[in-house]
Design a protein around this ligand. Structure first.
Ligand code: SAM
Length: 243
């Protein structure tokens, strides 16, 4: 091991997820706006407020993709701080880096291609670790949460923004109808890739709900775990501390 980093063999799921995001990288931002009707921006803004990055802090954005969260946090940490944008996928990271280069905070940003399950950072490195719409795609969520906990400084916090379970059954049925009927078609006509968006809808259904994710975070050693439901529970923001 080097910095507690272990090589993890690529699983079937990891390969599938790799194909999905390589395929959608260049259409990713447009698809997010179309599928969520722009709501993903409000969800990210909410998560950023919960994360509350401060001047001088060291921040890691995991599964950061095209860099929405990292870009906003780079502004908040000021020139004294640092934001690491990290993703397992070179195509997503390349799109993210190009976008962030144009935003005017390059000195506060670095880029690391890494699997969230085996983070190449020393213990106790970050004040804040975020993962936005990423944990769902990780094969071994327990390993990723343990790796996050390890890389956090004592007192540091981790914020998970992810799809979750609608709280009302009626709303849940409407949401199901929308996602199974509309999302794969949008994928077909806009991203020329229906299958990837079929994967997306299915991965959302399989992801642990609010309480199950809270329990996973606690199992990984995070404490004082709380969560907020957004848009009727379609999305939730979880926060836990390493104490
Ligand atoms: N955080 C960005 C956002 O909110 O727009 C991107 C989210 S995107 C839906 C999911 C990202 O997770 C993809 O860029 C994908 O490459 C990445 N990913 C999937 N599995 C991963 C893993 N095991 N470790 C790190 N990143 C992973």
């Amino acid at each position: 091991t080097h910095f507690g980093y272990r090589e993890v063999p690529e699983s079937e799921k990891t390969r599938l997820v790799g194909r999905v995001f390589r395929s959608v990288a260049t259409r990713y931002d447009l698809m997010n706006d179309l599928m969520s009707g722009g709501l993903h921006r409000a969800w990210k803004a909410f998560a950023l407020n919960i994360a509350a990055a401060k001047p001088g802090e060291r921040v890691l954005d995991l599964a950061g993709g095209t860099g929405d969260l990292a870009a906003a946090m780079a502004v908040r940490v000021s020139d004294r701080g640092l934001v690491v944008l990290s993703d397992i996928n070179d195509a997503m990271l390349a799109v993210g880096r190009d976008r962030l280069m144009d935003r005017g905070t390059p000195r506060r940003l670095t880029y690391v291609q890494a699997n969230a399950e085996s983070l190449p950072f020393p213990d106790n490195t970050f004040d804040l670790i975020t993962i936005g719409f990423g944990l769902r795609n990780v094969t071994h969520k327990d390993r990723a949460l343990a790796a996050m906990s390890r890389a956090l400084k004592p007192g540091g916090r981790c914020v998970v923004l992810e799809f979750s379970r609608p709280r009302s059954p009626l709303f849940g049925r409407l949401y199901d109808a929308y996602s199974f009927a509309v999302v794969p078609k949008l994928g077909r006509y806009v991203a020329q890739d229906e299958e990837s968006y079929q994967y997306l809808v299915e991965s959302i259904r399989k992801h642990p709900d609010q309480e199950a994710l809270k329990a996973l975070m606690e199992d990984a050693g995070l404490q004082r775990v709380t969560y907020w439901n957004l848009t009727g529970g379609i999305v939730a923001v979880h926060r836990g501390y390493k104490l």
